[in-house]
Write a protein that binds this ligand. Structure first.
Ligand SMILES: Nc1ncnc2c1ncn2[C@@H]1O[C@H](COP(=O)(O)OP(=O)(O)OP(=O)(O)O)[C@@H](O)[C@H]1O
Ligand SMILES: [Mg+2]
Length: 391
């Protein structure tokens, strides 16, 4: 399926890949294309560069969907048939929203939200960003307001974090820390909790007198305040998993062509397949252009290389120009530069070949060149689209 077909038919498109490869940029570009194709689309972005957020009209703090105004498109000379919305995922807010949703009552909600440990955990919780992206995706999908949701994913140290997020959340809840603090008392029912509170209260008071800190009390309060929320989290995590595996979802892998990221992409690709996720396309972004001119029959012809042509151009110009010497120096520099670029382009091409050789026939695949400026506005995103969606 081509990228255009994916954009026309899927309900969820997830752009994933290593850190810094262009996931946020690509997600925004794909969403614009979907809007141009007439769909009502929302892009959920994570930490977009400030200039990109500005040009999409997104305020700094997020978790609110905003429609991209027609004048933003008009500036770039386009008038989409569909509608484009964007939302910046503010993971701390999502975490709070989640607690609010699952808390059994207001008192419980406030107890958790005001807990010191929660405040720290929700900021620095391992994997919370990944988990929250999944949560928000699920929530928006369930509302059914959009034809297509394009999900940007957070930069992950390890490519697996993202797929493991829902599982890691339930593992955390199942895990040893919580078991220690919570499980025995849960299974003992309400009475157990009260006894636990009484019992620990005495111990904690003693510890606090000795140490002068109330951290332990904060911690035990925190875990106790999760009582009753456990099932809600767990059910949701498995519903999120189902949604990810659904046929209406498409995973796109974004990568750059350098050695390390290509290796990470190959690893990630294997994991997507292993997890049974609907992998649909590969985008290799920031590919060095090969300016070398190849002869039409495909044989290498040194005299026809961009490097040689730059030198020839220097010779021609030097014949008629005044600054003959300077022109020839510049031409030689240009030739050297082009030779370096050719090396980079060759390495990129070889790396890309390694990765694409693993793909099944029919998988969408495109390369996007390394532009000489950052992509921060609709014009820039349209340049990406020119490469992604050209036929
Ligand atoms: N094809 C390109 N040519 C030039 N610059 C690009 C290209 N694609 C993306 N960029 C720039 O690279 C930077 C990183 O892109 P982006 O933020 O989309 O990456 P990311 O994968 O979302 O990063 P992170 O993992 O940190 O979230 C941005 O400044 C963006 O403008
Ligand atoms: Mg990003």
């Amino acid at each position: 399926m081509s990228f255009t077909e994916l954009v026309d038919t899927k309900e969820i498109i997830i752009c994933c890949g290593s850190g810094g490869v262009g996931k946020t940029t690509t997600s925004a570009a794909i969403a614009i294309h979907a809007a141009i194709r007439g769909r009502k689309v929302i892009v959920l972005t994570i930490d977009p560069a400030k200039r990109l957020a500005n040009s999409l009209g997104l305020p700094e703090l997020g978790n609110k969907e905003r429609r991209i105004a027609a004048d933003k498109f008009a500036e770039a000379g386009i008038s989409p048939q569909g509608e484009l919305y964007a939302m910046m995922l503010d993971t701390k807010r999502t975490f709070d929203d989640l607690i609010t949703k699952h808390a059994l009552n207001d008192e419980m909600r406030d107890r958790i939200l005001n807990n010191l440990l929660y405040k720290n955990i929700s900021d620095a919780f391992a994997g919370s960003q990944e988990y929250m992206a999944m949560e928000k995706l699920f929530e928006i999908y369930a509302e059914g307001k959009y034809d297509l949701i394009v999900l940007d994913t957070p930069p992950t140290k390890h490519a697996l974090d993202f797929l493991d997020a829902p599982k890691r959340m339930t593992d955390f809840l199942d895990g040893s820390v919580l078991k220690w603090f919570l499980k025995p008392y849960f299974s003992a029912g309400k009475l157990g909790i009260r006894m636990f509170q009484k019992g620990t209260a005495a111990i904690l008071r003693t510890l606090e007198r000795v140490t002068g800190i109330s951290a332990l009390k904060v911690a035990s309060d925190f875990f106790i305040s999760f009582e009753g929320m456990y099932d809600g989290f767990k059910e949701r995590a498995s519903a999120v998993y189902e949604l990810l595996r659904d046929n209406a979802t498409a995973f796109l892998l974004v990568t750059s062509p350098d050695d390390i990221t290509i290796e990470e992409a190959a690893f990630f690709y294997d994991k997507l397949i292993e997890y049974g996720m609907p992998f649909c396309g590969l985008i290799v972004n920031r590919v060095h252009a090969d300016y070398g001119l190849e002869p039409e029959d495909g044989r290498a012809a040194p005299d026809n290389s961009s490097e040689k042509l730059a030198l020839k151009l220097g010779d021609v110009l030097a014949k008629s120009a005044v600054e003959k010497k300077a022109i020839q120096v510049i031409a030689a520099e240009m030739a050297r530069n082009l030779r370096d670029f050719k090396c980079l382009a060759d390495v990129d091409a070889e790396n890309i070949r390694k990765l694409t050789s693993r793909l099944e026939a029919g998988t969408a695949f495109k390369t996007v060149p390394f532009f000489d400026t950052d992509i921060y506005d609709i014009d820039g995103l349209m340049q990406i689209n020119h490469h992604l969606f050209e036929t």
